[in-house]
Design a protein around this ligand. Structure first.
Ligand SMILES: Cc1cc2nc3c(=O)[nH]c(=O)nc-3n(C[C@H](O)[C@H](O)[C@H](O)COP(=O)(O)OP(=O)(O)OC[C@H]3O[C@@H](n4cnc5c(N)ncnc54)[C@H](O)[C@@H]3O)c2cc1C
Length: 321
């Protein structure tokens, strides 16, 4: 049976009056799209790292149609677009993003299920999906309880943890393609790999997942254990972007950086976490530049010591100052 929504959907809002107009050279953003628009909005307010220069235009759509409208405007005026979920896997440079940033959340977070098939909007937080499915007796994404972000970001990044990833339960994704058409793509037609989907140029609007029955109490106690482990072993509650580097075949990135003696190394407001060396934390007004310099220090040291080239897991986006 379809699950009732916990809260009624937020009514579509009209665009809030912008404090400032669009920057020189950009046409006015359409005023009739449901959602809120801001100009020169600091992206550090909208990423878990609390880092990022301004977006020329920053739009939070209240409906999937408003996403389509914003993308059509960007296409017509050749404005670059960056789509964000929670901003939990990005490092946005200090010069910000010259173009349109669309951040998906409320209004695109509908969820329903029937016979083990869950339909989920891209704006739903992944931990909420994990909690809700476990409470209702479904297994398959419950171990993503400690993966911050939205379902759209989880599909785009093929997020995973503790032996589960989105690709292994995905039936299909609803996408806005580069031409502005809403399409349904089956899982087998998406090039999922480790922490990637190959969906560049598309906006994930939602997805359908196939979940298996599970015993709610057992699933919830597994979640409590996993969250406890994360809190103990990673700087879970500090501003950060999760793992900075992918784990190479030889070892974990954290272990290699630790063996170079870099735990606790600080540069400006950024620090290689004392708890887990594959995390960089913002300990006070860090700039993207501080983080990039620390990334370089860690990479160089690991290469010098072990001859291993670390690859980034975090997405570095935007322009330098
Ligand atoms: C403390 C912490 C722990 C973490 N642990 C894990 C972990 O265990 N496993 C793991 O996989 N990840 C982990 N991460 C990384 C991150 O949580 C995931 O990658 C998450 O799925 C990103 O979702 P998001 O909505 O925040 O995406 P964002 O960070 O906003 O975006 C990431 C990328 O996806 C694109 N994107 C986002 N939404 C959409 C959309 N709707 N359509 C198209 N493109 C989109 C963006 O353009 C960007 O390229 C962790 C992060 C933190 C801060």
């Amino acid at each position: 049976m379809a699950a009732p929504r916990k809260k009624p959907a937020r009514p579509a809002r009209k665009s809030e009056p912008a404090a400032k107009g669009p920057p020189a050279g950009l046409p006015a953003f359409p005023g009739d799209l449901a959602g809120a628009v801001k100009y020169a909005e600091p992206l550090g307010r909208h990423t878990t790292f609390r880092i990022g220069g301004p977006a020329s235009v920053y739009f939070t759509p209240a409906t999937p149609e408003a996403v389509g409208g914003a993308m059509a405007w960007a296409r017509e005026h050749k404005v670059p677009v960056l789509v964000l979920g929670l901003g939990s896997n990005v490092l946005i440079r200090d010069g910000g993003f010259r173009g349109l940033v669309i951040q998906l959340g409320k209004g695109l977070d509908a969820v329903s299920h029937r016979a083990g098939t869950w339909k989920v909007g891209a704006g739903l937080p992944t931990p909420l999906l994990a909690r809700r499915t476990a409470e209702e007796g479904f297994a398959g994404v419950h171990r993503l309880i400690g993966v911050p972000g939205t379902v759209g970001g989880a599909v785009f990044m093929n997020a995973g943890a503790h032996g589960q990833d989105i690709a292994s339960v995905l039936i299909s994704a609803t996408l806005l393609d580069p031409k502005g058409r809403v399409i349904e793509k089956a899982c087998k037609d998406i090039s999922f790999d480790y922490r990637r989907s190959g969906l560049e140029g598309h906006v994930v609007l939602g997805c359908a997942l196939k979940l298996e029955p599970g015993e709610p109490d057992r699933l919830k106690s597994e979640q409590a254990m996993l969250l406890r482990r994360r809190r103990e072993g990673t700087p879970f509650d500090q501003p950060c972007c999760g793992s900075v580097f992918q784990n190479p075949e030889e070892s974990t990135a954290g272990r290699l950086i630790d063996r170079c003696g870099l735990k606790g190394r600080r540069l400006g407001g950024a620090e290689i976490s004392k708890l887990h060396a594959n995390y960089i934390v913002n300990v006070g007004n860090a700039s993207a530049d501080d983080v990039l310099k620390l990334i370089d220090i860690a990479r160089t040291a690991v290469f010098k010591e072990f001859g291993i080239e670390l690859e980034l897991e975090v997405q570095v986006l935007g322009e330098s100052k």
